[in-house]
Design a protein around this ligand. Structure first.
Ligand code: ADP
Ligand code: MG
Ligand code: MG
Length: 203
């Protein structure tokens, strides 16, 4: 099996840059089917991520994701703690090197943790709608011996399809579930964030 090294710190920095550029789009989605604070919550989390990376100077993938997880766990909104616990599984599952196999196992634990804590399943119009297909894509790629870049590209495509699938849905969890039919036609911002996160891995 061919394994290559992914620079997780550069990955997180690219993710933060995407949120800087496109955070307003996410807030607009949360405004249409929520309370309009999503982009603010996410930007605040990423400011803490940058501060943690600067302070901790992490050397391994596990340490990078610990810095990310701690930042999200100290951020408000429903999304902050859920992403914090999601990233925590990447911190636990990844050592100094990232392989398709270790990523697949971590992403599987991570989506299961979010589903357990938030009580959302696929189709409930939340971040879970992108997390689960991304984890499945990583598992399938690892299973056939794909390299880590290929696995991450496939995860990004699966997460993007999952995020786009939320547009047509009614929400069963989160604030979007309070607005009923008004949420139809609005992509879930948490799911879109997961897609952007995986896209940032291989840019
Ligand atoms: P709040 O509703 O507290 O303002 P945020 O705006 O921070 O929350 O986050 C909203 C996002 O959180 C949604 O787009 C959705 O992806 C996610 N979300 C909300 N509730 C749940 C849940 N029960 N399980 C998983 N994800 C959820
Ligand atoms: Mg909100
Ligand atoms: Mg809120």
């Amino acid at each position: 099996m061919k394994e290559t090294i992914v620079d997780t710190r550069a990955w997180i920095e690219r993710f933060a840059a995407v949120i800087d550029e496109r955070g307003a789009e996410l807030t607009e989605l949360d405004r249409r089917a929520g309370d309009g604070d999503y982009g603010t919550n996410l930007r605040s989390a990423l400011a803490k991520v940058r501060a943690n990376l600067a302070a901790d100077d992490p050397r391994t993938a596990g340490e990078v994701f610990t810095a990310v997880s701690n930042a999200f766990l100290h951020t408000g909104g429903t999304s902050g703690p859920l992403f914090g616990m999601w990233f925590r599984e990447f911190a636990k599952g990844l050592g100094d090197e990232v392989s398709a196999g270790s990523l697949a196992r971590a992403a599987g634990e991570a989506e299961a943790t979010v589903r357990r804590l938030g009580g959302a399943e696929v189709g409930h119009k939340t971040m879970v709608d992108a997390m689960v297909p991304a984890a499945e894509a990583l598992a399938a790629a690892a299973e056939r011996g794909a390299d880590v870049e290929t696995a991450l590209k496939e995860a990004a495509a699966a997460a993007d399809a999952g995020a786009r699938s939320t547009e047509a849905l009614l929400a069963k969890r989160g604030r979007a579930s309070y607005v009923g039919e008004h949420a139809r036609g609005v992509t879930d911002p948490g799911a879109l964030t997961v897609a952007w996160f995986f896209e940032a891995a291989t840019k």
